[in-house]
Ligand binder design. Structure first.
Ligand code: HEC
Length: 159
């Protein structure tokens, strides 16, 4: 008996909804392992040609104060278009929006990526996530920011 993938996904979704307490107890590392590591590898080490490393001091140094905003925006809206990371080009593979990851889980993941994996500051909050949702920066704007154009959060928020 074959279940349609759509139905299976619904069942999985439904089963996670009846155990919100168990989910709430999950920390950023677990959430990262489940949602991000399949592409970005354990601890965000990256998978050459598939998904860029998230353990990347240079990326977060360039993004600076926009780091948390960028990370939340990529999780929320995905990312497409050519990017260059640690000397490698990532072409043609898009990151899908992580619509199944809940807002509070995104915050846990963002803290894990910035603080634990990169030792960077993580100014993550519901308010910031709401700002990101409202502005919905384009993939082009996100790529410009990661390539060094400053002011991502202030620019898109004031649009
Ligand atoms: C299905 C595979 C896949 C999953 C799952 C995935 N990503 Fe990605 N991610 C990608 C790809 C592919 C790119 C590069 C997109 C491009 O080349 O434009 C990317 C890019 C990124 C970037 C930009 C990195 C940079 O160098 O600018 C961040 C940040 C990111 N992902 C975070 C996450 C987080 C956090 C999660 C888990 C919530 C996640 N991703 C889940 C495939 C994935």
């Amino acid at each position: 008996m074959n279940k349609k993938p759509g139905a299976l996904r619904f069942l999985l979704l439904a089963s996670t909804m009846v155990v919100p307490l168990a989910l709430a107890a999950q920390d950023g590392a677990d959430l990262f392992r489940q949602n991000c590591a399949p592409c970005h590898a354990e601890k965000g080490a990256g998978a050459a040609g598939l998904a860029p490393p998230l353990q990347n001091a240079e990326l977060w140094r360039v993004l600076g104060e926009d780091s948390a905003y960028y990370l939340l925006a990529v999780m929320r809206g995905g990312l497409s278009g050519r990017i260059r990371s640690q000397g490698l080009d990532y072409i043609g593979l898009a990151m899908p929006p992580q619509a199944h990851v809940k807002p509070e889980e995104m915050q846990e993941i963002a803290r894990y990526v910035l603080e634990t994996l990169n030792g960077a500051k993580a100014n993550v909050s519901f308010a910031l996530l709401a700002e990101v949702a409202k502005a919905s920066p384009s993939h082009k704007e996100l790529r410009s920011a990661r390539n060094g154009k400053p002011g991502l959060s202030s620019k898109v928020a004031s649009k």
